[in-house]
Design a protein around this ligand. Sequence first.
Ligand SMILES: Cc1cc2nc3c(=O)[nH]c(=O)nc-3n(C[C@H](O)[C@H](O)[C@H](O)COP(=O)(O)O)c2cc1C
Ligand code: SF4
Length: 448
Amino acid sequence: MPKFEPVLLKNLAVENIRTLKTYQSRGGYETARKVLTTMTPDAVIEQVKNSGLRGRGGAGFPCGMKWSFLPPNREITYLCVNADESEPGTFCNRVLMEEDPHQLLEGILISGFATRTTNAYIYMRVEFHEQFHILQKALDEAYAAGLFGKNIFGSPYSMNCYIHRGAGAYVCGEETGLIESLEGKRGWPRIKPPFPAIEGLFRRPTVVNNVETLCCVVHIFERGAEWFKSIGTEGSAGPKLFTVSGPVNKPGCFEAPLGLSCRDLIFGDDYGRGMKDGKKVKGCIPGGLSVGVLTESELDCKLDFDDVRKYGLLGLGTAGAIVIPHDADIRQVLANITRFYSSESCGQCTQCREGTNWAYKIALRIALGAGRMADLDLLEEITTNMGMMPGLSICGLPDGACYPIRTIVQKFRAEFEDHIRKQEPHRVETVLKRLNPATYELPILGVR
Ligand SMILES: Cc1cc2nc3c(=O)[nH]c(=O)nc-3n(C[C@H](O)[C@H](O)[C@H](O)COP(=O)(O)O)c2cc1C
Ligand code: SF4
């Protein structure tokens, strides 16, 4: 098999690549020039459809199809670039913006042209201080060179692009939470329909796309839809950025075809290079926190949009793998996970607000050594009845909460039961005394 040639990260080691001059010296913006001066927006959408590109932000929705939902007779279209990157364990958007900011801007140009975007807004979480300055500098340079603004490349097409910094909330990565936040309101997701393509930012037709999705667009036009489709697996086309964190020898961000196995991501010489200090793998959360967990024996799971479902996972997610070592206390892992969703639920929907909080209380009770066998059933029950899929919630946050909680309880049940059987209730008081009551006031209610 020919060795895979990275495209999204091809400029990683190039000196001064953040400058327009260096990016252009490597052919940068030539693809956008070709598209804007020789193609029609509809032909661009068609080519993206043919490439099989699916969104990289988590849901994997076909990109060209999303663009074609825009109503034909419209005067204003907004493109929201989702650079919130709020999913735990995920940092590939950060790498793209930090290492090759003009690649993203070129993707915005081509995608903006296809969707007849009038204004593009890059919505970036506030924690990305350095990345904000890098991207703003690149955008300023691109504007000064006439790459944004009026009549780009001498074509009739004009577009503005702005960077907007969010306040740093998980739910602001959800597309309608993002739109609300961009409008200056609290980042509360909206009930859908209407979907953003019909009524999005400022109630106008809007496309929301992830940073990596837009970077892929550049290469679809540089190398062709067929080339893109030839990479990956059936239904999961193209190169993908995978991140890996946890006690591996080489944590980081790597580019590979979709369908790379989780085992290869952790142990492969080109990727994580195996576990540190002789540790073994207990499990791996392979797609950002919200997809659920794989056990060691399931690591051959292919990381594409379909294979993951055979292992009870929500989906591919963001392909940000978090490796759990054999010596990690599974109760602490669960407590950590539930705490995240409980504090990030925006609170609009009762079952999400209360359900994530109940799950946290129960998980903490177990972690503190005061769990009951019935708590494991309770966690499974809560996480089966809460979520958008049964149509109960406004957004997908509770689905993302249910999968890691439920799969950890199901796949590591024997370990939890063992802990519960062996726990020493008299130690609970001691543990509780050491906790910060401001952070851990909830479990006290549950401890008997
Ligand atoms: C709670 C929640 C958080 C999300 N966070 C992000 C995020 O940080 N970045 C992102 O691109 N998509 C995120 N999404 C998915 C977006 O709603 C949306 O599907 C995505 O930005 C669409 O882009 P794509 O089609 O290019 O993948 C999130 C979804 C949910 C439910
Ligand atoms: S599902 Fe949860 S995070 Fe989403 S809108 Fe409802 S309360 Fe907020």
